[in-house]
Design a protein around this ligand. Structure first.
Ligand code: GLN
Length: 201
């Protein structure tokens, strides 16, 4: 099993280290030709969504990745990665992959409350440490988006078809639970769905 990690900016090395401990190979996506490597799923790390979005366009990677995500490539997205996937961004005119039918608010916790760490209980996963860094949260979600966790009343973790998207940074706490959930329920289900598709089409 191989993961492709968007490695343009932000906290991608931590995702790599964690995936390696689970026996997953990784390839870094730094330029267009890196997309020629075969991979089973994509990791969109935290960082600065505006910078990542700009680089994706400048490096000619955006359209191909958007196409593959729309076609069902499984995605594990954290923080800025969630913003890149959102259909709408409440406080930004920019739009990116728009593969996840939610509205997000960037830097939703304000500048003074930029970072905090809590223990969060996720549906079907259990308790995980969750570090938020100038994080977004989801202000509204389509009914077919499964909400996995809220902090206070705000949605901070969702699953939608082949996408798992989080406001926080599980890779910084080296907690494997979310990755194991993703591999078991998202990547595997998609692999099975592909097998079924030709017959049901
Ligand atoms: N504040 C960043 C943004 O708006 C996200 C922060 C993060 O990924 N930790 O893109």
């Amino acid at each position: 099993m191989t993961a492709a990690i968007l490695a343009l900016q932000g906290a991608f090395a931590e995702h790599e280290a964690l995936l390696h401990t689970l026996g997953i190979d990784t390839v870094e996506l730094r330029e267009e030709k890196d997309l020629d490597n075969p991979f089973d799923f994509l990791v969109l790390p935290g960082g600065e969504s505006t910078v990542q979005g700009k680089l994706l366009h400048e490096l000619d990677m955006f359209d191909e990745l958007k196409k593959r995500i729309a076609a069902g490539l499984p995605v594990f997205a954290t923080c800025a990665g969630l913003i890149l996937l959102a259909e709408k961004i409440e406080n930004d005119d920019k739009r990116y992959f728009q593969a996840l039918p939610v509205t997000v608010r960037r830097n939703a916790y304000g500048r003074q409350l930029g970072s905090h760490r809590i223990t969060l209980s996720l549906k079907g996963i259990g308790e995980v440490p969750a570090t938020f860094i100038r994080a977004p949260y989801i202000t509204s979600a389509s009914p077919d988006v499964e909400v996995l966790a809220r902090e206070d009343d705000e949605i901070v973790a969702v699953r939608y078809r082949h996408i798992l998207a989080l406001s926080f940074h599980p890779e910084l706490d080296m907690d494997e639970k979310l990755y194991r959930y993703f591999l078991k329920h998202v990547v595997k289900e998609d692999a099975q769905a592909e097998k079924v598709l030709p017959f049901s089409a």
